[in-house]
Design a protein around this ligand. Structure first.
Ligand SMILES: Nc1ncnc2c1ncn2[C@@H]1O[C@H](COP(=O)(O)OP(=O)(O)OP(=O)(O)O)[C@@H](O)[C@H]1O
Ligand SMILES: [Mg+2]
Length: 239
């Protein structure tokens, strides 16, 4: 069963072709890192999967639902690349407000739980506008998880987090039984969060497979970053 399916999707911003007939599928339960050079179309792909952008052409399904349907929105937890919770609300108010909008049944316990695991309790009354960038990111992660999503679509989730918090978030995400597509530029993050990789470049699928297969494509003892860079660079040389 596929939880994410994207088929022949193209998307232009004005004259810029951000996605060029891209297709891939993700089976339910699999966790993928989405890799690609700057401007490859990662954030555009994730926004389309989250139902925030409409493709110009092609088909997108979340399980069997269109991404902008209520069913898909219940399934998906989306973390945008520059997540900004409501600035005039406090940390707690953001969690309670978004949780209520989403109809979270165990809202009270959920808010307490998220305040604890993301170490936000000391800031619960602080307005988002007064938070550091890292604490804002922790709140954005908590908001993306508040409704117990089954599929997470996270754009560079560890941005701005200090090292202990990065470890904590990796452990939190690994403890959840999720289908995941997570964009990152940091291979060590990809290796710890996922077992598989989707690589895109210039709006097209470059490679999809397991990290084990990816390692086999390199020389002995070659760093995984070097293998990834080679695949991405070859795309620029050969096309
Ligand atoms: N709102 C927009 N208006 C115009 N062009 C855009 C817009 N958003 C993205 N683009 C362009 O679309 C292409 C893909 O952008 P996208 O943000 O999806 O890349 P990305 O892979 O997420 O890059 P990065 O690694 O830098 O985050 C780029 O050429 C970018 O300049
Ligand atoms: Mg991006």
């Amino acid at each position: 069963m596929n939880c994410i399916e994207i088929e022949n999707v193209s998307k232009k911003y004005g004259k810029v072709l951000a996605l060029n007939n891209i297709s891939f599928k993700i089976q339910c339960g699999d966790k993928y890192a989405l890799l690609g050079p700057n401007g490859a179309g990662k954030s555009t792909t994730l926004k389309i999967l989250a139902g925030l952008l409409k493709p110009d052409q092609g088909k997108v399904s979340i399980l069997v639902y269109p991404p902008d349907s209520i069913e898909a929105r219940k399934l998906i937890g989306y973390l945008p690349e520059d997540a900004s919770p409501y600035r005039v609300l406090s940390v707690r108010e953001n969690l309670e407000y978004i949780g209520a909008l989403r109809g979270v049944e165990d809202l009270h316990e959920r808010v307490e739980f998220l305040l604890d695991i993301f170490e936000l309790r000391e800031y619960e009354k602080a307005k988002v506008s007064s938070l550091s960038r890292g604490n804002r990111q922790k709140l954005a992660l908590a908001l993306a998880l508040i409704h117990h999503p089954k599929i997470i679509i996270f754009d560079e989730p560890l941005n701005y987090l200090d090292i202990p918090m990065q470890e904590k978030v990796i452990n939190i995400l690994n403890s959840l039984n999720l289908t995941a597509l997570i964009s990152t530029h940091i291979m060590s993050v990809a290796l710890r969060l996922t077992k598989r990789v989707i690589m895109i470049s210039r709006g097209r699928l470059l490679w999809q497979g397991s990290i084990e297969e990816l390692k086999k494509m390199g020389e002995e003892h070659e760093q995984i970053e070097s293998i990834v860079a080679r695949i991405m660079n070859n795309d620029f040389k050969t096309n």
